[in-house]
Every structure is written in C-alpha cells, then in structure tokens.
Design a protein around this ligand. Sequence first.
Ligand code: GLN
Length: 191
Amino acid sequence: MVIGVLALQGAFARHVEMLQGCGVDTVEIRQPDHLVGIDGLVVPGGESTTMVKLLETFELAKPIQELLDEGLPLFGTCAGMILAAEGIADGYPGQLSFGAIDLDVRRNGYGRQVDSFEADLAIDALDGPPIRAVFIRAPVVERAGAEVEVLASVEGDPVLCRQGSVLVTSFHPELTDDDRLHRLFLTSVGT
Ligand code: GLN
C-alpha cells in the first residue's frame, strides 16, 4: 500500500513519519507523476490559500481532482479539510476546493481569541482513551451534508467527519504520538 502525502507546503513531514510508523509506504507529492500508483492521499495542514496556488502552479489540482472523483481515499487535516470541502467561507474569491466531502467550512472560524487550543475528543469509532486534538487556526464546519458521519464535535461543531473513504479533521492529528486516526484512515484504503 502506498499513501501519497501532498508535500507542497505545511505540516506534511509528521504525516509521513506517522504513516511509515503504521507500516505503509509513502510518497511525497510535488508533481503529477508522483500520483501514479498511490492508494490514498493525505492533504496536510498549512495555509490553504497558499496550497491552492501551489497546486495550480505545479499542475496538481486537475489530476488530484480526477483521482478523487474516481474514489481515491483522502485524509484531509485542517487546511486539508478546507481543500476537501464543498464550500469555503472566508477564503479568497473562488478559492478551489475538491468537493470530496459534503461540508461547508469557514476558514479560521474559531476567531482570534481561540486561535489555537487543545481538546480531548471521545470518539466512538475508536477504541481506547479520548484523542488529544490540537487546533491551530482551524476551520469551523458550518454545514455537514446528510451523507456525512460526524465522528467527533467540540461544543456542537463537527471536528472529525467521514464520508465513504474521505476522512477529515479540523485539528492536527499528526502533532501527537497517537496514530489511531491515521490507522482509521488506512482501514478505508486498498480494501
Ligand atoms: N487557517 C489555515 C487555512 O486557512 C489552516 C490552518 C492549519 O492548517 N493549521 O488554510
């Protein structure tokens, strides 16, 4: 199994380490031919506006969209959730997103006072203790479509969502040593 990790910008290195710790091969995606043969894709946190510009510059937006339309499993974290979503508020006008999961999100939606925070999430889909979730200028989910499973929320706002083989978090699961969400993603890959 080979998992591609979009490596244009942002927090991709820790995802690579964590996936390798889960026993899978990884490839850092920087140009279209790196996409050949991947079984799943991770889009990390970072700055979604910059990432979108780089996706276009390196001609990755279209081939990734095509793979996602064909059902490539996707794990999007923070900025990666924004890129995976259907609708984006407070992006730049017309900011690209892949529409891989039926969510509308607001960039930086938690506001300045709570720019960054941590929370313990009880997640029924996982065994073991709550997940420690690190939020950094995180998006808020403003709408989740009927097909979306909300696996965890913070004060009523969904923060971990799944639709088929697309899993997204508004937090950074790669920043702790807990790899259970990466393993959850891998259960939807290559089966
Ligand atoms: N605020 C960033 C954005 O809009 C996301 C922050 C993050 O990925 N930690 O893209």
